[in-house]
Design a protein around this ligand. Structure first.
Ligand SMILES: [Zn+2]
Length: 140
């Protein structure tokens, strides 16, 4: 199953100063996350302060895209297009290999019965607009 295709206007992200790097990176095929230069841990989504130690010493790094499913759910009902046509689908909380960062994302190519806590996954990228992208995950 592929979720390629035109993104409905109401789903195109509206980046702000804090998270634009994430959305623009996804468009380039890069998973951009923040790393704290004080404690060395990572975080996603983007914030002004480190969620681990509170420092404001954050830099952007490109993550490997590799991760492990921490938890997941199966979306079985959604009346809003394009999700209406996509159900059932899996949404997972993925712990990236970069310590400290957890990403909530869809796994369009993982069937609900295949999804497992602990499964290894990798980031994939999908167009959101000419300038922005979405991050999904797929089984490794
Ligand atoms: Zn920190």
């Amino acid at each position: 199953m592929s979720w390629e295709g035109e993104t409905p206007k109401y789903l195109v992200p509206h980046p702000n100063e804090e998270d634009a790097e994430f959305w623009q990176g996804a468009r380039r095929g890069e998973l951009r996350i923040q790393r704290c230069t004080t404690c060395g841990l990572h975080q996603h989504y983007a914030r002004m302060l480190c969620i681990h130690c509170g420092a404001d010493t954050l830099e952007w790094v490109t993550a490997s895209g590799q991760g492990t499913v921490y938890s997941f759910t199966v979306i079985r009902q959604n009346g809003v297009p394009p999700f209406k046509e996509r159900v059932p689908f899996v949404v997972a909380a993925v712990d990236l290999d970069e310590a400290g960062a957890r990403v909530l994302a869809a796994m369009p190519d993982v069937a609900p019965e295949q999804a497992q806590v602990g499964m290894r996954v990798h980031a994939t990228f999908r167009l959101a607009s000419d300038e922005l992208g979405f991050v999904d995950f797929a089984a490794s």
